[in-house]
Structures are given as structure tokens and as C-alpha cells.
Design a protein around this ligand. Structure first.
Ligand code: PLP
Length: 423
């Protein structure tokens, strides 16, 4: 129990006691719709009966097809691995989308990819410490050839100098993609002046370093309020910053320029905007394939939610009873019909919102539990012990790692299990 929340609950009781001043809440509980009713039946019969993460393959297919319809040749689609962190899931997406390009952010994941996807083309999404790169080479197994298939990301001359020393020490040739700051201001080179010393270092060490392209991530374009700058203006600035670095490289280092460089950009929020430009050739998208709530964006209106948490109801206790307020609680649930059912679910306190049945809500007076979370509702939800509560995650990269094997469903049936990546 949480003392502050409890005080709020007690204050609610006071407000009820004061009487009349508040509008009496209506009952919000509704039973499952057909989609969740079928999933509930399937999980009760064949599911793990513990918290699990469902991936709906019909919906995933729809979302993959949105991306492949947008990212057309000569552009290539690159899967953002951290946002879909299970090899079975990545493999599924790669096959349907017809891509072997991955964006990775974590050294242990790259080592695993090298074994699971020996023909992958991997671009790092952040500049890892040089020692992480050394650990990758130490642990590398199988036929994956980093000198052809892997691009390290670098953002400063100092960072690149460390990679150069690694290459010299271990007799390696490293492909280097340069992080551009196209307006997000999360690091990377902002302009040709900052780019110059990095290119100079690469050009001076052709036996150890190979220029592989640029990465310019731009989710801020859809996040900046219109009162500050229009979306069109933000996007224009992104592409102008990118173009300036491309122009500088082509004119000052023509020997480094090749038509098959990786000019990466985008991310889920902005990938559609890049249909309008022809500078980039490599588009990263991950989370949009599952569409958790933080991706309820107008640019992703054509995408559908494809990942849900499902967990069984362990206890159905009827009207809310707060510890120490046994009598007073009755007034609360008399007043508010949404407190007339109290459920305790298996697990809880996830980065997720209640999705189905409609009208479930957390009780702040009682407080959170990761073991058995309280959920209140009006009787209209119709939940019994063993029925499933469905939640929609806020994001995917951390939530998908929390439940053991992901449960793949198609047409309301469990069809596969996919082990999440090990961090
Ligand atoms: C460099 C980079 N590119 C692309 C993405 C897009 O990932 P998603 O499509 O999952 O939002 C991210 C997300 O953090 C990123 O850091």
C-alpha cells in the first residue's frame, strides 16, 4: 500500500461524505469485444496462464505491409532490432519485408545476430564504447563477416580514434557510419565543420577504416509543437543538414564516396515523410510494427496495435475494501459503480494501459504491486477468475523483454512462441 495514494482514497471518501457536490460517476465497464473474447478463450485453453506478451501476426502483417509499401527501391527497409527484440519476431519481419538489414544497439545482440542471421547487414544505432566493439570481435562466431556486413557508428574524432586503435591493434578493417545531428540534438555531427576531422581520420587510414555512410535520426520532426515550427519546416531542416554533410563529403573526399553507401534515416514516427525525399536510401522502422500507445501518432494512423499483455485474474473480490476503512469503503463503492468489482491479477505495474475489457482501472489508494495488482471496475466487465485482462504497452523495447517467450497468435489462435533476446 502506498500512503500518499491511500490518503487520496480517503479524501475521496471525504468528498463522498460531503455529498452532492460531485457528479456521481457512471459505470464504465463493458465486456470483451469479439477479438478479445476469442483471445481470452484461447488463452484459458492453451495459454501459459501467467502474464504473457501476445504478438498478433495478422495485425503485424498489416503493419509490415504499410512499411514495405512506403519504403520503395532504391530505398531499403532496415529493422530496428531493439524495438522487436526476439529472433523469431525479427526473422518473421525480415522474411515478410524481404530485408536482411538490421539496426542494432547492444553488443550482446550483435553477437547473437551474427550467429542467428549470418547474412545480415547490421548498422549500429548508437556509438558503442570501443571496448564493446573489442568484446564483439572477441565473442564473434560463425561465418558473419564484419568487414563486409557490419557498420559501427561513430560521432566524434575522439571516439573514432579509439576505434582506429582497436583496428590497428587487432589488424581489423572497420566500416564506419557517421552519426549526424539532423536536429534531435542527441549527439552526432551538426555540420560540415564537425564532420571534417572525422572524414580526415578515415581518409588518412584506409587500411583500418572504411567510410560506410551516415545515420540521421529525426523523430523530433513530429514532436516539436507547431507553434515553434511547422512539421514541413522541421523536415526541411533535417534534410538540409543531411544534404550539407553529403555535399561536403562528395566535394572534399570524393575518394570516400561510393554509390552504395548507407544513407540511413527515419524511425517509426517519420518514415512516411521520407517518401518525399530522394537523398536517403535506408529507412529504419521498428516500433510501428507493434504500435504501442506512445506511437498513436497521426503519421502512423494506418498502423494497428499488434502487441498486448495478457494476464489471468486470480481473485474476484467484489466491492472495493480498503484496509482500515472497511465500513467507509462501502460508501465509496455505493457512490462509484466502478469500484463495485475488485480483481487481483497475476503480476502488474507494467508500462501499459488497460485495454480489455473496457472500464478497468488501477486503484491509487490501494497502490501498485508487481506481484498481484489491484484492478477495479463496474460489474459490466463480466470478468471471472481465470479470465484474462489485456493491456496495451506504452512502448516495446523494454516491455517485450519482461515476459519470457512471446506468444504469437493468428486468427485468435496461438501459433508460435519466440524467446526474447537476452540482454
Ligand atoms: C538511431 C535510431 N534510428 C531509428 C530508431 C527508430 O526506432 P523505432 O522505429 O522503433 O521508433 C531509433 C529509436 O530509438 C533510433 O535510435
Amino acid at each position: 500500500m502506498n500512503r500518499r495514494g491511500f490518503m487520496l482514497g480517503a479524501a475521496g471518501l471525504g468528498a463522498v461524505a460531503a455529498g452532492g457536490a460531485l457528479a456521481r460517476p457512471g459505470a464504465h465497464g463493458r465486456p470483451y469485444d469479439d477479438y478479445f473474447r476469442r483471445l481470452n478463450e484461447e488463452l484459458k485453453k492453451n495459454g501459459p496462464m501467467r502474464p504473457c506478451l501476445l504478438i498478433d501476426l495478422d495485425r503485424l502483417d498489416h503493419n509490415i505491409d504499410q512499411v514495405t509499401a512506403s519504403v520503395r527501391a532504391p530505398k531499403h527497409y532496415r529493422i530496428v532490432e531493439k524495438s522487436l527484440p526476439a529472433q523469431g519476431l525479427i526473422d518473421y519481419v525480415a522474411r515478410r519485408a524481404g530485408t536482411r538489414r538490421l539496426m542494432s544497439f547492444h553488443q550482446p545482440f550483435i553477437n547473437d545476430d551474427a550467429v542467428a542471421f549470418p547474412d545480415a547487414d547490421i548498422l549500429l544505432g548508437k556509438p558503442l564504447p570501443a571496448r564493446s566493439a573489442a568484446l564483439f570481435y572477441r565473442d564473434l562466431k560463425g561465418p558473419f563477416d564484419p568487414s563486409r556486413q557490419l557498420q559501427w557508428l561513430s560521432d566524434t574524432p575522439e571516439h573514432l580514434q579509439q576505434y582506429l586503435e582497436l583496428a590497428q591493434g587487432q589488424n581489423l578493417r572497420l566500416r564506419i557510419n557517421i552519426e549526424l545531428d539532423v536536429g534531435l540534438h542527441r549527439g552526432g555531427v551538426r555540420d560540415p565543420a564537425a564532420l571534417e576531422p572525422i572524414l580526415a581520420l578515415i581518409a588518412a587510414h584506409p587500411r583500418q577504416l572504411e567510410f560506410a555512410g551516415f545515420m540521421g535520426y529525426d523523430p523530433h520532426v513530429v514532436a516539436v509543437p507547431k507553434a515553434i515550427a511547422s512539421r514541413e519546416e522541421m523536415f526541411r531542416r533535417v534534410m538540409a543538414a543531411y544534404q550539407a554533410c553529403v555535399d561536403h563529403t562528395r566535394s572534399r573526399y570524393p575518394q570516400l564516396w561510393r554509390e552504395d553507401l548507407t544513407l540511413n534515416t527515419a524511425g517509426s514516427p517519420t518514415y512516411r515523410l521520407h517518401e518525399a525525399e530522394s537523398l536517403s536510401n535506408d529507412i529504419s522502422v521498428g516500433t510501428a510494427l507493434l504500435k504501442p500507445t506512445h506511437y498513436d501518432l497521426d503519421t502512423l494512423a494506418a498502423h494497428v496495435p499488434a502487441a498486448y499483455i495478457a494476464t489471468p485474474v486470480l481473485k474476484a473480490n467484489g466491492p472495493l475494501v480498503l484496509p482500515g476503512l472497511e465500513q467507509g469503503s462501502r460508501i465509496l463503492s455505493w457512490w462509484d459503480p466502478n469500484l463495485r468489482e475488485t480483481y487481483f491479477i497475476y503480476g502488474g505495474y507494467w508500462m501499459a494501459d488497460y485495454e480489455s475489457p473496457k472500464g478497468l482501472r488501477f486503484n491509487a489508494a490501494y497502490g501498485h504491486s508487481s506481484n498481484q495488482e489491484i484492478v477495479n471496475a463496474s460489474p459490466g466487465v463480466g470478468l471471472q477468475v481465470d479470465d484474462q485482462v489485456f493491456l496495451r504497452p506504452w512502448q516495446s523495447e523494454a516491455v517485450l523483454l519482461e515476459f519470457g517467450d512471446l506468444v504469437a497468435v493468428r486468427d485468435g489462435r496461438i501459433v508460435d512462441y519466440w524467446a526474447p533476446l537476452k540482454a
